[in-house]
Ligand binder design. Structure first.
Ligand code: BGC
Ligand code: NOJ
Length: 810
């Protein structure tokens, strides 16, 4: 069953029922100021950091799910309803939520009154703008009472949910005209406040939650709305909110428009006050003036749409598969932007307080978005690299606001450093900006320890070879990419974290996934060294890469597939000898991406084993058989019920690694079959089962051992977004940015006759048409560039103009 449809022309997903199987959300904001918004307007707003600088309060784990957001109440005679359905849940005569690129629009109506609510964050603006249009579609005058509602978070979202003994006494507000200000803690250590304003005269307001809602009511029945009148309350502690009350008279056929702004202001110390105790509102007023008319809002909205069209225009696909076109040309790229901005911090599955920017996560996110905003990718790379230690290890996470590494979590996730080679090489291939390698970047955020970014890459490489175990394979540390394979943890205490606990300190547990990763990014490092004339470094590095390939072949081949690891005791993990967890996806993915043992047939055998043992109708599971009991020597992986998360769930992030492996073998039909299975637009029809949004990837789909195979969870913030974009664009459609040009090397299903890609690269636009007359998977017969035959398969860097490319497979 579907809950809406794709409107490709408008780049929107249109949700036609508010009762989706789970809140289907969207993100507002492109840089620094963000909002999460569900299809019933639930969610919250924050500046830069969802933990430290949260503007509005949101309660995760609420009942019913998704209560709290930016709400408008319309009281029309005896009927009270919300343009967003929630929180009143009054049945509407019509409802549509149009999630678009960085905006959401709600179209609804009830009893002859219709509402059109547009929510977005204009470019370079620190505020959410809500344009609300109310129209009387009846033939009689209507007197409608309009109430707005936002609940303030006391800035630090974690403290806000825990430190009640203090928080219930600190709340402070100010009211001036139609603007309601939130200034808790402004008097002392904060230099920021928030406001909620409207561009019209108001008939009343509330800033104290209980005065508005009533002590015993819920969001669905605020007392003030029931009474049809605001109380003009001024909050002193307790829970400050912002609610406007506006009496709206609409003649038959008349429409009225309101612009609400939920904004954020920072003031320098010396500019904080207008007078004693009264905040300086100059900047807030300037922000309100920016959007005091509908025309100004519509102009900013057009800018935002333009911004997105330009970004997306850099990569557009036209193929016989409309589901694929909309993912590649719109939604997958959009999700990459969101993961780039949020990392794994704030979604409806990530509370915004637990996890900042992950070192490995953010490096991987870059590969999905670097073609769109290379300048921001550059800045991000330098921020991430600054959280590395001198020995190449690094903080596993850092906070976006402070850019400082998270001490509590620390480092020792031994895959982390290698992902920096991925992000930097991808960035340079896209931009040609080798100068980034000379940027001086601190270690551990200490400027006195700054070294060139190239040195950071070097220590990333050597961190692996300085940390080899008994089989000359990389030591795993706390975990590699799989956070839950904790081979040194040995935890018996439910109050300790699997990620930070290391009860055994041995140097024995080794990861074959890191071995494969090292071969892939070791080769990348060598290639980069050669590009910049560092021959000696390249030569030395290739000795280590060769040695690693040898160790894998000698110690990590199980007969039919690659082992996953050696545990603390030196026993095989992911071997046919094991009862459970005989085979794992990660090492098959990385060792085949590294093409280890290609000549000997290992690559093919490994991928055939994946097909035989891990493939399911909904994607490839992480391991098989699932663990059914806690294995203390494996850690968290064996704690999840069978078929969920890292215990044999379909962990979508790693499916593309196998898909890339398949394309390297030239098996385009198999690669496509895997790709399609987890691609959300193809799952729209099974939304009841899949549960989460059909326009974005989710981290995990329940695997074959689960209670409900095919049920998705943890949508939005997942490395799946960037890996799938990378895989489809570079390995299936075969358009690969490289140092010397745009390499063409498709591997497609044999029944594809043709497809076209528009790809901007280094200042030029390439319009590439790929024809497959003989129905093959891979192999190029000829390429023409602007009508002339091209030698080889690398389109030269042309720096400007639009160029026609014709590729014939054969
Ligand atoms: C989750 C992982 C996550 C880890 C660290 C685990 O419980 O399953 O996906 O990476 O926690 O937060
Ligand atoms: C989610 C984490 O953000 C990511 O870093 C990790 O690799 C996966 N979980 C797999 O455990």
């Amino acid at each position: 069953m579907k809950y809406g449809f794709f409107d490709d022309a408008n780049k929107e997903y249109v949700i036609t029922s508010p009762k989706t199987p789970f809140p289907w959300i969207n993100y507002l904001g492109n840089k620094d100021f963000f909002g999460l918004i569900s299809n019933t307007a639930g969610g919250y707003t924050f500046y830069k950091d969802a933990k430290f600088r949260r503007l509005t309060r949101y309660r995760y784990n609420n009942v019913p799910v998704d209560m709290g957001g930016r709400y408008y109440y319309l009281k029309d005679e005896d009927c009270t309803w919300n343009p967003t359905f929630k929180p009143c849940q009054t049945e509407l005569d019509s409802y549509e939520c149009r999630h678009g690129l960085s905006y959401s629009r709600f179209l609804s109506s009830k009893n002859g009154l219709s509402s059109n609510l547009l929510c977005f964050i204009p470019l370079d603006y620190m505020g959410e703008v809500h344009l609300l249009k109310l129209k009387n579609e009846s033939n009689q005058t209507k007197k409608v009472k309009l109430f707005s509602f936002a609940e303030w978070c006391l800035w630090n979202a974690e403290d806000d949910m825990t430190n009640f003994q203090r928080n219930l006494s600190t709340g402070e507000v100010e009211v001036e005209g139609s603007a309601l200000y939130h200034k808790t803690e402004y008097k002392e250590r904060r230099n920021h406040y928030a406001f909620f304003s409207v561009n019209t005269k108001i008939n009343g307001f509330d800033t104290d939650r209980e005065s508005f809602i009533g002590m015993h009511n819920g969001f669905d029945k605020p007392q003030a709305v029931e009474n049809g009148k605001a109380t003009d309350s001024i909050a002193h502690g307790w829970s400050p909110i912002a609610s406007h009350y506006i009496e709206v008279e609409l003649k038959a056929g008349e429409e009225k428009e309101f612009v609400f702004v939920l904004g954020y202001v920072e003031n320098k110390d010396e500019e904080k006050w207008a007078s004693k105790g009264i905040i300086n509102k100059t900047k807030a007023k300037a922000m309100m003036a920016q959007f005091d008319t509908t025309q100004k809002v519509e102009a900013a909205f057009a800018n935002l749409q333009n911004y997105w069209s330009n970004l997306l225009d850099k990569f557009q696909l036209d193929s016989q598969e409309s589901e694929l076109n909309r993912m590649v040309s719109i939604w997958n790229q959009y999700q990459c932007m969101v993961t780039f901005n949020m990392s794994r911090s704030a979604s409806f599955f990530e509370s915004g307080i637990g996890r900042g920017m992950g070192f490995r996560d953010s490096n991987q996110d870059i590969i999905g978005f670097v073609h769109q905003i290379p300048e921001q990718a550059r800045e991000r790379i330098l921020d991430i690299a600054a959280t590395q230690f001198e020995d190449g290890g690094c903080y596993h996470q850092y906070q976006p606001l402070t850019k400082m590494g998270n001490h509590a979590l620390g480092g020792d996730f031994n895959d982390d450093p290698l992902w920096l080679i991925l992000s930097v090489s991808s960035y340079i291939k896209e931009t040609g900006d080798f100068a980034i390698l000379d940027e001086m970047v601190p270690f551990d955020n200490d400027e006195s320890k700054a070294q060139s970014l190239f040195t950071h890459l070097k220590v990333s490489f050597s961190h692996v070879i300085n940390n080899l175990g008994p089989h000359q394979l990389p030591l795993i540390g706390r975990a590699d990419w799989n956070d839950c394979l904790n081979l040194n943890c040995f935890s018996t205490n439910p109050n300790e974290s699997f990620q930070t606990t290391g009860n055994k300190k041995g140097r024995t547990a080794e990861s074959i996934m890191i071995a494969g990763l090292f071969v892939v990014y070791g080769k990348e490092f060598i290639k980069l060294c050669k590009q910049i004339g560092k021959r000696e470094e390249a030569q030395e590095a290739s000795l280590h890469v060769k040695a690693m390939e040898k160790s894998v072949k000698e110690h990590a081949w199980d007969g039919e597939w690659f082992l996953r690891a050696y545990d603390y005791y030196g026993k095989k993990v992911g071997s046919n000898e094991n009862k459970e967890g005989k085979i794992f996806i990660e090492s098959q993915g990385w060792c085949t991406m590294a093409e280890i043992g290609k000549e000997e047939g290992l690559m093919k055998k490994s991928l055939d084993s994946v097909k035989e043992r891990l493939d399911t109708p909904y994607g490839i599971v992480l391991n098989n058989p699932a663990f059914t009991e806690y294995k203390i020597e494996y850690g968290e992986i064996s704690t999840y019920p069978a078929g969920y998360k890292e215990n044999a769930g379909i962990f979508c992030h790693n499916n593309p690694w196998v898909i890339i492996g398949e394309t390297l073998l030239g098996r385009g039909d198999q690669a496509w079959d895997y790709f399609r299975k987890i691609c959300p637009s193809y799952l729209e029809e099974i939304s009841d089962l899949h549960k989460v949004e059909p326009y974005v990837y989710c981290q995990m789909v329940a695997g074959k051992d689960a209670f409900k195979p095919g049920e998705g969870k943890n949508s939005w913030l997942t490395g799946t977004a960037s890996w799938n974009f990378y895989t489809i664009s570079q390995y299936i459609l075969g358009i690969q940015p490289d140092y010397d040009g745009l390499k063409i090397d498709p591997c497609i299903p044999s029944d594809w006759k043709e497809y076209s890609v528009r790809r901007q690269f280094r200042g030029a636009m390439y319009e590439i048409k790929v024809l497959n007359p003989s129905g093959i998977n891979k192999g190029i017969k000829s390429i023409e560039l602007d009508g002339k035959a091209l030698n080889g398969n690398i389109l030269p860097i042309l720096t400007s103009g639009t160029h026609q490319v014709k590729v014939i497979l054969g």
